[in-house]
Design a protein around this ligand. Structure first.
Ligand code: C2E
Ligand code: MG
Ligand code: MG
Length: 556
């Protein structure tokens, strides 16, 4: 076929073949008349279709996105279903209507022989019809190529069905296959704009999004995915509910490749699993490529060894009286080379590299020591709150660490509070509820942190019986203007009070928000309006100055 003459297809702006060179009918295995009027996308195989859509979207203004000319491999579908790999050169016609494309196809004979042996259809998953892992590589490579030219970002969501093995074992292979097909269909139905769905392994799907701010698109999209996926499935007269854990990685299209993105998305997915499943986790954007992550890991090791981490403290105040209710301990790391690294960045690294248990135990000891000193020197009468990571909860040594830290500094259990995020709680709920009860029986407070960002239900909360619920700052910062946020916060306050828990609003930055919270009956608040987190010395000065005044250190 290599010896055939020029073989170009002339494609209209709406994607139909309007004219073809003499050699084209032979290449496509159909007669010239039948060829005209066909959609060009129907004459190439799935991955090539994907690539063609990437490079040139029929019906869209080509000046917006597609490059003026390009060269790529495309596999042509002949009328008899056989495939011919080609190298395609495309350029927009200078004199035709906008979007008019001239597609010159040169068959690749050697490639054809090799691909025949290697079954080219293995780019697609037979069960769902979606691109498989090899197909996903094509989809992502093509998206990166386009996105690099346009300065766009690409987000990859790695979706893993929770406990899929139990579906397989409990309902059998056929039902499990139907479940996978339905999930593929649900994901595809939700995809809009530039959004591609692939099935990359048994119970693993990918959603790929490209755009100016694909991470922001994903933030809106992922909660929809989670809730759509967990809707009941009717299969063979049986009703099944499956949930999924989703990890999302985003990167500028320039400077990243398929493997790096997949690795980050898959790490993020594992983290979503560890956070209790049926939830999602965004790989931190700053920690991007593995080199930087590696640097953080190595330096964090050293920082822990050399005691270079510190705790800062931020007051939590009573909304009515303004008096101090507790102090939250927040980890700080100022590295000589990396500068100030946010705990939102280094805590996930510590969790992934096995450093979190030691780090968490250190924070407990350090905070208890500080509370004991303030109690002795300044008569501090309110507890110190310490954040607890999901990893500490799962290791089963938390109770021991807590009791040891109290004992070491002779601190009363009533002077300590633990903050556990909502998503960390969902994992192994019964066990955690027992532990929380034992700790609370000793007088240790247990607060649910970042409430509203995870997926706990009311019944679950009732079992857990927290002493405090901290409403995530995303619901708080616009409270004065946003009616929906107000309705949510009101509902959380009512629910928390119904189960006997106090409510703290996080991230209070303005007097308007403080007043709105007071009106809604919120008990306590934390935020820059009252005080920023500060080093122990500064907080000590502040406690000394404010003792007996607006923020008296002593609270009944
Ligand atoms: P968190 O526990 O929800 O802590 C509150 C975060 O909100 C802190 O960020 C605090 O500095 C910030 N914040 C307080 N008031 C305001 C405000 O008015 N506006 C805004 N925009 N932010 C405010 P930080 O210190 O960067 O900590 C981030 C997260 O890292 C914490 O969220 C917590 O989940 C985690 N973290 C910090 N220290 C520890 C620790 O010792 N152990 C564990 N496991 N996690 C920690
Ligand atoms: Mg906290
Ligand atoms: Mg919080």
């Amino acid at each position: 076929m290599n010896s055939m003459g020029p073989c170009a297809l002339y494609v209209s702006a709406c994607g139909t073949i309007e004219h073809a060179d003499a050699a084209a009918p032979a290449l496509l295995g159909m007669d010239a008349k039948a060829l005209l009027g066909q959609l060009v996308l129907n004459r190439v195989d799935g991955p090539s279709r994907e690539r063609l859509r990437e490079l040139w979207l029929p019906g869209e203004d080509p000046a917006q996105e597609a490059p003026p000319s390009w060269r790529h491999d495309l596999t042509v579908l002949r009328a008899d279903g056989s495939r011919v790999p080609t190298c395609a050169t495309a350029h927009r016609s200078a004199d035709g209507e906008p979007g008019y494309l001239v597609l010159e196809l040169t068959p690749l004979v050697r490639r054809a022989l090799r691909d025949d042996v290697q079954a080219p259809e293995s780019l697609h998953d037979a069960l769902t019809g979606l691109p498989n892992r090899r197909g996903a590589r094509e989809v992502i490579d093509a998206a990166l190529a386009i996105g690099s030219r346009n300065g766009q970002t690409l987000s990859v969501a790695c979706i893993d069905i929770d406990n899929f093995r139990s579906v397989n074992e409990g309902y059998g292979h056929d039902v499990a296959e139907s479940v996978l097909r339905s999930i593929g269909a649900r994901l595809s139905a939700l995809a809009h704009g530039y959004c591609r769905v692939c099935r990359t392994a048994g119970d693993e799907f990918l959603v790929v999004r490209r755009g100016a701010d694909s991470a922001e698109d994903m933030r809106g999209f992922v909660p929809q995915l989670i809730s759509r996926l967990q809707e009941p499935l009717e299969i063979d007269g049986q009703t099944l509910i499956v949930t999924a854990s989703i990890g999302i990685a985003t990167h500028a299209c320039r400077g990243v490749d398929f493997d790096a993105l997949m690795q980050r998305a898959s790490h993020a997915m594992s983290r979503a699993k560890r956070l209790g499943r049926n939830t999602w986790y965004f790989a931190p954007v700053d920690v991007a490529p593995s080199l930087q992550q590696q640097a953080i890991k190595t330096r964090l090791h050293r920082a822990i060894e050399h005691n270079r981490l510190t705790l800062h403290y931020q007051p939590i105040v009573d909304l009515e009286s303004g008096s101090l209710r507790s102090l939250e301990a927040l980890m700080r790391w100022n590295d000589e080379q990396l500068g100030q690294v946010s705990p939102a960045v280094f805590i996930p690294v510590a969790e992934e590299s096995g450093l979190m248990a030691a780090l968490g135990a250190w924070a407990l000891r350090e905070a208890c020591g500080q509370a004991a000193r303030w109690q002795r020197e300044l008569d501090l009468g309110c507890p110190i709150a310490v954040n607890i990571s999901a990893v500490q909860l799962q290791r089963g040594e938390l109770e021991q660490d807590v009791l040891r830290a109290l004992d070491l500094h002779g601190l009363r259990p009533g002077m300590l509070e633990l903050e556990v995020t909502e998503s960390a709680l969902i994992h192994d709920g019964a066990h955690l509820a027992d532990m929380s009860r034992r700790l609370q029986a000793l007088g240790i407070g247990v607060a649910i942190d970042d409430f509203g960002t995870g997926y706990s239900n009311l019944l679950y909360l009732k079992h857990f019986h927290p002493s405090k619920i901290k409403i995530d700052r995303s619901f708080v910062h616009d409270l004065a203007n946003d009616r929906e946020d107000r309705a949510i916060v009101r509902a959380v306050i009512d629910m928390a009070h119904a189960i006997g828990a106090a409510v703290v609003a996080e991230g209070v930055e303005t007097t308007e928000v403080r007043d709105a919270l007071r009106q809604l009956g919120c008990d306590e608040a934390q935020g820059y309006l009252f005080a920023r987190p500060a080093a122990a010395d500064q907080v000590g000065d502040w406690l000394r100055l404010n003792s007996g005044q607006r923020y008296p250190a002593r609270v009944a």
